[in-house]
Write a new protein. Structure first.
Length: 85
């Protein structure tokens, strides 16, 4: 294995070294597109849960109440951590 291959800079295809840095421009857009798609899928999952899971609605309502009361009582960082956990 070449040192560049371990770093992800070179890919070996049947004994031929292909420089991946030349493909960085297009790969950045692919990564951004995948990242955006992951948020879209996560959002659709949350919407699905809100529509079909009554316990999820209760959980979200409790989280909103806890957050609102936390801001109202001006909790410290450590107290926020306890609520989050």
């Amino acid at each position: 294995m070449y040192p560049d291959q371990r770093l992800g800079l070179v890919r070996i295809i049947k004994g031929t070294r292909v420089n991946l840095e030349a493909k960085n421009q297009s790969s950045i857009f692919i990564i951004m597109k995948r990242f955006l798609h992951s948020f879209i899928f996560a959002g659709s999952g949350i919407v699905h849960c809100l529509r079909h899971e009554p316990n999820f609605k209760i959980h979200i309502a409790a989280a909103i109440v806890a957050t609102t009361l936390g801001f109202f009582f001006r909790l410290e960082r450590a107290e926020w951590l306890v609520i989050i956990i």
